[in-house]
Each structure stands twice: as C-alpha cells, then as structure tokens.
Ligand binder design. Structure first.
Ligand SMILES: [Zn+2]
Length: 145
C-alpha cells in the first residue's frame, strides 16, 4: 500500500513539501474556500511501482508511468519507508477529489506548479512528453543523495 504520510518523505524534501502544502492551500482558498490540496502519495513500495509500470505494457490499461524506479521509491530493489523524494498532490472540492480531467480542474493544478518551483522543486507538469501535473520531486534526486 502506498503512503500519503509526509513522514515517509526523505528529510531532504519533507520540510519543503509541508511548506508547499501550506502555500498551495493558501492560494486555492483565495479562489474558493471549498478547495483543498492534500498529499495523495509520498512513498510507494517497489512492487506497486512495478505493477504501475506493467500497466499498458504487459497488463491492460493506459500507461501511467515511464520508469521502474521513480522518486517515490528511490532505491532498488526496495526503498525503505521515509526515503521518498517525491510527492503527488490532489485538489479536492468539498472533500471530492478533482482528477484534473477537464480544463477547470487542470487549471487548478497548473496554478500550484509555480509554487513548488519557487520552493526549488521539480514539477512534473513541465515534462514535455508526458506531463504529470500532481507530481513534485527534489531536483537531482538521482545523482545527489
Ligand atoms: Zn508522482
């Protein structure tokens, strides 16, 4: 089971992630008090990443990931909890999850990206081939531990 607990983030990104959450909520609340940003994933076990990778390749469904080791599970073969260098957020309206499926919802995710970037995070929404709007990770996590 993947985690949405910030305690499962590596110390190199945890404080920034919590800062992001506070700032992102402040911005969305200006739009509507009904909106809220929450973590939807911090740490993900390797077997779940492997299952996601299989989707759209050896298993049915759309492709949802392009890597077998993401920043959610940084070490192969198994990342211990507390070692994730990425987090995903969800925007919720009156407690209902907004997946970013239409223009209005997507615009909400796009407003959050620059907040993360100002904090020095890499925002998945900038990825050209397959943008990942809810995703944020620590820059250079692959090379600098
Ligand atoms: Zn992610």
């Amino acid at each position: 089971m993947s985690s949405r607990d910030p305690a499962d983030l590596h110390e190199s990104i945890r404080a920034t992630a919590l800062q992001f959450l506070v700032q992102a909520n402040a911005v969305l609340k200006l739009t509507s008090p009904d909106l809220e940003v929450r973590f939807t994933c911090t740490w993900r076990p390797q077997f779940e990443q492997d299952a996601l990778y299989a989707q759209g390749r050896t298993k049915p469904g759309p492709k949802v990931t392009w890597v077998t080791n993401s920043a959610h599970n940084t070490d192969l073969p198994e990342t211990p909890r507390g070692d994730a260098e990425a987090f995903d957020v969800g925007v919720f309206e009156q407690g209902r999850y907004l997946p970013g499926a239409n223009g209005r919802e997507l615009a909400l995710y796009q407003r959050l990206g620059p907040i993360g970037e100002k904090l020095g995070l890499v925002w998945g929404g900038r990825w050209k081939s397959s943008p990942d709007f809810p995703h944020y990770e620590r820059a250079n996590w692959r090379t600098q531990r």
